[in-house]
Write a protein that binds this ligand. Sequence first.
Ligand SMILES: Cc1ncc(COP(=O)(O)O)c(C=O)c1O
Length: 477
Amino acid sequence: MTEQDLGIELRAEVDGLVRQLKDCLPDIIQQTDNRTALAPNAATVLANFREPLPQKGSGAQVTIERLLELNETAGGNTGGPKCFHFVIGGSTPAALAADLLATAYDALTYTWVLSPVGVEMELQALDWLKELFELPKEWSGVMVTGGTMANFVCLAAARQWWGEQHGIDVSEVGLAGAPQMPVLTSGFIHASTLKVLAVQGVGRGNVQRFTRDDFGRLDLDAMEAALQALDGNPGLIIVNAGEVNAGEFDPVDDVIRLARQHNCWVHVDAAFGLFARLSPRTAHLVEGVECADSVAVDGHKWLNVPYDSGYSFVRDYGLMARAFRYSADYLPDENSAQATPGAIGPESSRRARSFAVWATLKAYGREGQCRIVEHCLDIAAHFADRVRQTEELELMNDPQLNIVAFRYNPGGLDDQALDCMNEELGEAVLSDGRFLAGTSKIGARTVFRPAFSNWRTRREDVDEFADVVLEIANKQS
Ligand SMILES: Cc1ncc(COP(=O)(O)O)c(C=O)c1O
């Protein structure tokens, strides 16, 4: 094949692909409410999926047909109305369309000159998000892949600050020879934050958790005593605004006030909890967050933009720039006149997540985002009522936000037996496939913890979820 042949052949394929996408995309998008939450025979379908690298490919059209068939029979419908697993949002129509376009344009937002509009949309959308969440407008921000990387950026800035307090430029000389960085938090700390501390050389085992019960709620007095013991030495406090098992919060305002009497960086992991700010019913849960030093928030959860999308907000641009410094003679860097998000965050080359975030905020505004949040709060409240009214279901925590912890409890069994029963039931609900929803633990107890973060979820969906849990439980017993 000559160089010219390759160009001719691939360009010719484009026409066929456009027709194929025109045929299938409308259906895929319009059937989002109806596709099964989790294809029940996925494991069987995928048993023989692996194959040696094809010597000669099958061509684009056949390959895409195969992909469509595979997704129908072995996919998950995480964007659909019946996915309550982990904390997973949907996509608004505007965000979905914009994200498809970001891929169609293959837009790249390392620096302004590669996609002036993509970078400007990022800066604009980050400013809008600060306005939406009432964070100080002088704060710096960057878009990343999700909550984990949002925590990564914030904690890299925190580590840089902490090093500078000791006269060390950690990004230049590393941590060797430095004292151990004190990290204080509650039992609500998320696994992703521990992962970040592990890879940043702080160590997941170096986290001091101050808890007053087996759920992990913060013991503020014990934290205060530990802060006194630091005697002015710098430390890091991680505040957890929205934990994953019942949607509870550390007392954000109290912790930040306490931290301000000591020499501490306060980071708030508010991956989904920051959205509490958008409703007068829940805003008190994150009161004071604007006085932190950094905040991590997710977009693919409650903003309802497609995967992947998260945002780091940091009080001081300079710390982000020093932590992620990225330069070479051919590259613009953090000091260049052209905005270069790739120089103040972990990714250098990066897709234009900004398209979807800008589009959803432009399309629906503050009012639209507030309606999505309140819709999910209403759904959670409705589901909690359904649990309260159902004899065989037991509410396991007073729901504060969008997560409802409950268990199946037919009566006459002790906690251990109920834990086993609910674990098995959790597996059975997942293999059934009508809903994506798993179990977790509150203290020692096993609970279902459906999280409602998608505008698509309707009351009838969550009523059906309760019915399905009962139906499967009755079959099992
Ligand atoms: C509180 C919290 N922090 C961080 C994360 C990690 O986010 P991601 O999976 O988007 O990286 C999650 C995910 O559920 C979360 O709930």
